[in-house]
Design a protein around this ligand. Structure first.
Ligand code: SF4
Length: 345
């Protein structure tokens, strides 16, 4: 395995490569912690190209932490619509309020204070600390774990807390006094552009190839070692598109759990036959003028897969059991997760 002294050698090579090759990204225009924070939260589980237009729109609508803190939650969720993992947006909103209320609107600068913000874990705190405040706080996510595992020839599974801690400690030792920001970003960039996942890395373009253990022992596709994936739980749903004079019935999901607190189309946690669907409508106090089978669809979350069938119903009158959204509500005000949007006609 690579020794720490060798690992320290990679820093100048990595920084020279980063200076020459860093992509121009909207959140790299400056090191304003608000912009870096929002981008890092958006980039969790989401590709750079997907995030770019969302980031620009978010910054135009809510350009500073004060505007995010003062915004209604529905506006924040609407700006997030389509990005998924909505708890990120809710935490972002809560954390902005904490920054305004407890830190006078000034982004906290110590690792402990940053990490105490809702939705900010080790990785995000490390990224903000190093990129914005020059702290020697590595940001170790899946990309960096992959790079470090290959560089050091690490043959244990990388998705464990022990592996994360191991590499965080190794990196903290080699962060230079200045340019902590560039070390963090160059590792992220190397993982995204050269030492890529899913298949062979582009070792021919790699600035630290001469130090890389996996490259020397020809195990770049076998490292990182991963734990076996748990199979996704499958759930069946019957979803109702209930229309009444052009309005669509929605309800709120429970505050906690999957898609917590978001709007949804009324649904049941099983497949219903047409006769059972009619019974369900009666129980909801709805009188239907027509009912027909609608679209089917599948939506995959990280650990769950929804298989959905739907019924489209024209209702004789609105029921107070639901919120009846008009076109403007759906377009401008309310957030309907993609899982349900795929069933809309
Ligand atoms: S040499 Fe290849 S495997 Fe090693 S760090 Fe570079 S890209 Fe990754």
């Amino acid at each position: 395995m690579l020794k720490n002294i060798d690992l320290a050698e990679m820093v100048p090579a990595l920084l020279a490569w980063f200076d020459a090759n860093a992509r121009i990204l909207p959140w790299r225009e400056n090191s304003d912690p608000y912009r870096v924070w929002v981008s890092e939260i958006m980039l969790q589980q989401t590709r750079v190209e997907t995030v770019k237009p969302y980031f620009d729109r978010f910054m135009r609508a809510l350009p500073e932490v004060q505007s995010l803190a003062a915004a209604p939650l529905d506006q924040v969720l609407k700006l997030w619509e389509g990005l998924g993992y909505y708890s990120r947006a809710r935490n972002l909103h809560r954390a902005a309020q904490v920054i305004v209320e407890q830190h006078g609107g000034v982004f906290p600068q110590t690792p402990e204070e940053i990490q105490a913000l809702p939705g900010v874990g080790d990785y995000t705190a490390g990224a903000i600390g190093s990129i914005c405040f020059g702290l020697k706080t590595p940001a170790v996510d899946g990309n960096v774990l992959r790079v470090m595992a290959r560089l050091t020839g690490f043959t244990e599974p990388v998705q464990t807390q022990a592996a994360k801690k191991h590499f965080t400690c190794l990196l903290a030792e080699i962060y230079p006094e200045n340019r902590a920001d560039a070390v963090t970003q160059s590792l992220m960039e190397l993982g995204a552009m050269v030492c890529v996942p899913n298949g062979a890395p582009r070792c021919g373009e790699c600035p630290v190839r001469h130090l890389c253990e996996a490259y020397h022992i020809e195990k770049t596709t076998e490292i990182p070692v991963k734990l076996p994936k748990k199979p996704r739980r499958k759930e069946q749903k019957t979803v109702f598109l209930l229309y009444c004079r052009g309005k669509l019935a929605l309800c709120r999901r429970a505050e906690s759990g999957l898609l917590g607190g978001l709007w949804e189309l009324p649904n049941t946690a099983e497949f219903l036959s047409p006769a059972q669907a009619r019974d369900w409508l009666i129980v909801q106090g709805l009188r239907c003028i027509s009912i027909k089978a609608g679209r089917t669809g599948k939506h995959i979350f990280t650990h769950i897969e929804w298989e959905m069938q739907s019924f489209v119903c024209e209702c004789a009158e609105e029921s107070s059991a639901f919120f009846w959204a008009d076109e403007q509500d759906l377009q401008q005000n309310l957030t309907l997760p993609t899982a349900f949007q795929i069933l809309l006609q």
